[in-house]
Ligand binder design. Structure first.
Ligand code: IMP
Ligand code: MG
Length: 180
């Protein structure tokens, strides 16, 4: 049995992801030229996206990481905990939060408020996937969106189901019988 057996369909291949990532990186290069932003990836789901994205951003930037938890299984609890804080000061700096997927926005809202209290020059969000849901709580605009996805639970390319499947090189729909 291979991991592929647990995947209903591959929705974004490695090539698709690369294309989306390059397009976002080009926009970020233009918008952040000379601003020396700090790209903040949210562990662990965003690591692959962060790694690929910054390779194509052609201006100086710094990397930092935060670890927050809000999920158990496939349901958002809206209950966010900071497990690892930033290692650098962000006062007066331009912050780009790098997210794997935005669903309700509960996680992001919390983090944006948390970061804003430290007086950065700006805070924007880049997300690879945007999963529109009715109960979106986000009061900020996600400025850079890779692609919208339909309902269903996706895994791979950093995204997990109970910590599994992050190592898949593509993004796929998990077979529903595996999480229902
Ligand atoms: P939100 O707080 O509801 O926006 O949820 C965002 C977080 O939930 C993401 O950073 C992911 O870690 C996780 N998440 C939401 N949808 C999925 C999915 O389809 N697959 C894997 N993780 C997901
Ligand atoms: Mg997660």
């Amino acid at each position: 049995m291979t991991l592929r057996n647990d995947i209903e369909t591959i929705i974004f291949s490695e090539e698709d992801i690369k294309e989306i990532t390059k397009r976002l990186a080009d926009e970020l290069t233009k918008d952040y030229e000379g601003k020396e932003p700090i790209f903040v990836a949210l562990l662990k789901g965003s690591i692959m996206f962060m790694g690929d994205l910054v390779k194509y951003v052609d201006t100086h930037l710094e990397l930092d990481f935060m670890d927050v938890s809000s999920y158990v299984g496939t349901k958002s609890t809206g209950d966010v905990k900071i497990l690892k804080d930033l290692s650098s000061s962000i006062e007066g700096r331009h912050i780009v939060i790098v997210e794997d997927i935005v669903e309700t926005g509960a996680t992001l809202n919390y983090i944006i408020e948390f970061l804003r209290s430290r007086k950065p020059a700006s805070v924007e969000v880049v997300t690879l996937l945007d999963k529109p849901v009715e109960d979106r709580k986000l009061d900020v605009e996600v400025k850079y969106v890779g692609t919208k996805i339909p309902e269903g639970f996706v895994v791979g390319y950093g995204l997990d189901f109970n910590e599994k499947y992050r190592n898949l090189p593509y993004i796929g729909l998990l077979k529903p019988e595996l999480y229902e």
